[in-house]
Design a protein around this ligand. Structure first.
Ligand SMILES: [Zn+2]
Length: 311
């Protein structure tokens, strides 16, 4: 290792060069996979750059250092700021211009609020997972999972509301179903084994079921709207499918630990699967937000009475 030129600097490996100096505040150091406590060992292909054994204050301070969580934290912190900005922009500019009703404001606000909560829960987890107390770390992890459910809810509520805009009965049925499903997932998360490694597969199944459930109201809505050749279906269904493609890609990175599986130790700081998952989640929410604006505009310009089956 080169002589320590910088006080309180540590050296990290990035690309093929092993001695990039990073300045870290006193009390924080980076650890290898073997050195971290068991509850932080989730991905053996990320071999270095771990923060560990930190107090809450040092966790917050670590926001500004380069660790293997830096991209995870900042991707969703910036995501939060983006959805906050979009919410303000929608409420002050976009919705007033479309002659939105009070209901429109409420539904758009719910969607964007859920996305922001999801982003903040994730930031909290990735910032505080390295807490010296395992209990604290686990609590933040539970909050991260709860945040994902809230983010999915933020997709469902405006989606169901505008898809079944002209069919109050089915709109209420699916909104209640989605709320009940989210509540059921929250209750499952209280189970003491929910965050354990044994339940990893069950967690994935629950997540896929909650996300995949949306295909049921989608197909029902296509049928109620007069089949795949109707105008509203042709306009909106491709957007739903693109969202599912993004979600599936995000989930595949999440569970497969690709690409770091093939380059162990080389993607510790940049390019790891969890970072891709984070960015795809932001992209998916953004895509859905744009799609909701699109269908809101469609509903305002196509009054329900003109629609053949009132779907
Ligand atoms: Zn994450």
């Amino acid at each position: 290792m080169p002589q320590k030129l910088l006080k309180s600097a540590q050296y990290i490996e990035l690309g093929s060069y092993q001695y990039w100096p990073v300045i870290v505040p006193r009390g924080i150091r980076l650890y290898t996979y073997e050195q971290i406590p068991g509850f932080l060992r989730e991905n053996p292909y990320i071999t270095d750059g771990y923060r560990a054994y930190l107090t809450s204050r040092l966790c917050i301070k670590s926001l500004l250092i380069l660790s293997n969580e830096t991209v995870n934290i900042w991707s969703h912190l910036l995501g939060f700021l983006m959805f906050l900005t979009l919410a303000l922009h929608d409420m002050t500019t976009i919705l007033p211009a479309t002659g939105a009703s009070r209901e429109d404001y409420v539904i758009h606000a719910i969607g964007l609020f859920c996305f922001q909560v999801c982003m903040l829960c994730s930031v909290g987890y990735h910032l505080f997972c390295c807490h010296r107390s395992e209990k604290t770390s686990r609590r933040w992890m539970a909050l991260d999972y709860a945040g994902i459910s809230i983010g999915i809810l933020g997709c469902y509520v405006p989606g169901v509301f505008y898809a079944f805009y002209c069919n109050n009965y089915w709109r209420q049925v699916y909104l209640v179903a989605v709320l009940a499903m989210t509540l059921a997932v929250f209750l499952a998360q209280i189970h003491p084994l929910y965050l354990s490694k044994q339940w990893q597969r069950i967690r994935s199944v629950i997540f896929c079921s909650v996300a995949g459930y949306g295909l049921i109201p989608t197909m029902h809505w296509v049928w109620l709207s007069g089949g795949i050749h109707s105008e509203v279906v042709q306009a909106f269904v491709p957007r739903v499918l693109v969202m599912y493609v993004i979600a599936a890609a995000a989930f595949l990175f999440y569970v497969s630990k690709v690409p770091e599986r093939y380059f162990p130790g080389q993607l510790n700081y940049l390019g790891a699967s969890h970072q891709l998952w984070h960015m795809l989640v932001v992209l998916m929410f953004y895509w859905w937000h744009q799609s909701v604006l699109f269908i809101t505009d469609y509903r305002h310009s196509h009054p329900c009475a003109n629609h053949p089956l009132h779907a």
